[in-house]
Design a protein around this ligand. Structure first.
Ligand SMILES: [Zn+2]
Length: 328
């Protein structure tokens, strides 16, 4: 009799767990060059909606191709713009290849792009703005994929995929297609002439997840009025992923201004540092990453590769963000 009572007790525990409310957090996992660190080439993030939809943002060079075991299922790939460190012109031989400062990105992704190679293997949709969709549709078709998997979200519009509403927003940057991605005689002649292909403007993204969280992914950008008038006033972004590497994009000072005065999210994840941002998982003293973290007025969480952070609808980190390790 006692055994039977215990069995019922055990069953009650199991069923309670099974019917408990599902975790309503958006999970953000950086796929960087070295586990537990923030390295110069790190761009790629996976966003997992509470409904299970998995979105890969800017695969860049640190995702070790479509075979990277960290990828898992990928429903949607977002490409902010065509530069090789975002769309992927080469990639890591394997996760943790080389060092943080000098990764081994010896595997070429031209002319296809890393984004297309991953999309072909995972049967993902690629969402882009401007005139980038025809480029990706042509690459998918040329490699036996479905061109319909290249999806447009142009400025001011949005597309609902897998329960996540995806919009593109302006990024003040450049967006030329390297002739290496064009290939053939045309690519060769363009390279000799020193000109790039035109697929319109670079973009950022605003994602509206099924739990209500709104995230702004800056792409590569300078300071734009839309960061206030569109990202904040229209979409009310509560989480921002902000480029802060300087030179090519906003540096720490400008990026902190965007966060503090224009977007005003609840949390920010710095990106695109173009430096060794952490050593043994701690922010490197004297780094641009450290400067940015000191200047922003909201919690800033350094994207340590492989360390999943969870955000609630208000943009507050609910799990995986350890003060002292990846926040100042
Ligand atoms: Zn760029």
């Amino acid at each position: 009799m006692k055994k039977i009572t215990m069995l019922f007790a055990a069953l009650a525990v199991v069923s309670t767990a099974a019917i408990a409310a599902p975790n309503q957090h958006v999970r953000v996992t950086p796929l960087g060059g070295i586990d537990g660190e923030f390295c110069p080439q790190d761009r790629a993030l996976i966003f997992e909606d509470p409904n299970g939809t998995r979105i890969l943002y800017d695969p860049g060079r640190t995702v070790a191709g479509a075979e990277d075991p960290r990828l898992g299922k990928i429903d949607i790939i977002l490409v902010s713009h065509m530069h090789g460190d975002h769309v992927g012109n080469a990639h890591n031989k394997a996760p943790n290849s080389g060092t943080c400062a000098n990764p081994d990105v010896s595997v070429s992704d031209v002319p296809n792009t890393g984004a297309v190679n991953i999309a072909l293997a995972k049967k993902s949709k690629i969402v882009t703005g401007s005139d980038m969709p025809p480029f990706f549709a042509a690459k998918l078709k040329a490699n036996g994929g479905d061109p319909a998997n290249s999806v447009l979200a142009r400025f001011g519009g949005s597309v609902l995929l897998g329960g996540v509403r995806i919009a593109t927003v302006t990024a003040m940057h450049s967006n030329g297609v390297d002739p290496d991605f064009i290939g053939g005689e045309l690519g060769k002649e363009m390279k000799e002439a020193g000109i790039y292909g035109d697929v319109g403007l670079a973009t950022g993204f605003v994602l509206q997840f099924s739990n209500g969280l709104v995230a702004y992914l800056s792409g590569d950008t300078g300071v734009t009025a839309d960061q206030e008038f569109v990202v904040r006033d229209l979409y009310h972004a509560k989480l921002a992923v902000m480029n802060m590497g300087d030179g090519f994009t906003t540096g720490p000072r400008e990026a902190a201004y965007v966060i503090n005065d224009l977007v005003k999210p609840a949390s920010v994840i710095p990106s695109h540092a173009n430096e060794v941002g952490t050593v043994n998982g701690k922010v490197r003293p004297g780094s641009k990453t450290e400067a940015f973290l000191k200047l922003v007025h909201v919690p800033a969480y350094v994207p340590l590769s492989g360390r999943t952070m969870e955000f609630d609808a208000q943009g507050h980190c609910a799990a995986g963000c350890q003060p002292g390790a990846n926040a100042l």
